[in-house]
Ligand binder design. Structure first.
Ligand code: FES
Length: 157
């Protein structure tokens, strides 16, 4: 899988998202309480832009008159017909055994790691595993001060 630099951690605070184009795919990257998740921006129902949907939670009720609101900001509701999916796994709440949104590994990497990979790619572009596009970095001397969100996408360039 190729690694794609999405943005700095600081620019994607908890509760926010960013939808990016990687190759032919539209992918939404979400920060849920400081952890990052990436989902394909295509609803398994009819292909709606799921990653533009409302983030919510769900309510449970052990007995009439009592309820609890759980997992706030972890449930993604498709803007077209309202089907709901778990941001962390891509699974549908409607039919978890059969339906899910495609997910991709997302994590935080230090600027130092990315800089080291980038330097490696100068001499051997095939070995770094870090894809430059769509965010090509120019090569200037830099001081590394931030962490970055990176998503792995199979077969993309
Ligand atoms: S396209 Fe997403 S719920 Fe219908």
């Amino acid at each position: 899988m190729k690694r794609h630099l999405i943005c700095s951690v600081d620019s994607l605070p908890p509760g926010s998202r960013r939808v990016v184009k990687i190759g032919v795919r539209s992918i939404g990257v979400f920060n849920v309480d400081g952890r990052f998740y990436a989902l394909r921006n295509s609803c398994p129902h009819q292909g709606g832009p799921i990653c533009l949907g409302h983030l919510t939670g769900f309510a449970t009720s052990p007995t009439p008159g009592e309820f609890e609101y759980l997992r706030k900001g972890e449930i993604l509701r498709c803007p077209w017909h309202g089907w709901e999916f778990d941001v962390k796994t891509g699974q549908s709440w409607f039919d978890p055994a059969r339906l899910r949104v495609a997910t991709y590994p997302a994590r935080v990497e230090s600027g130092a790691t990315l800089a080291a990979d980038h330097c490696g790619s100068e001499s051997d572009p095939g070995m770094s595993g870090l894809c430059r596009e769509p965010y090509t970095l120019e090569t200037y001397p830099v001081a590394v001060e931030a962490d970055y969100v990176v998503v792995e996408v199979p077969g993309s360039s």
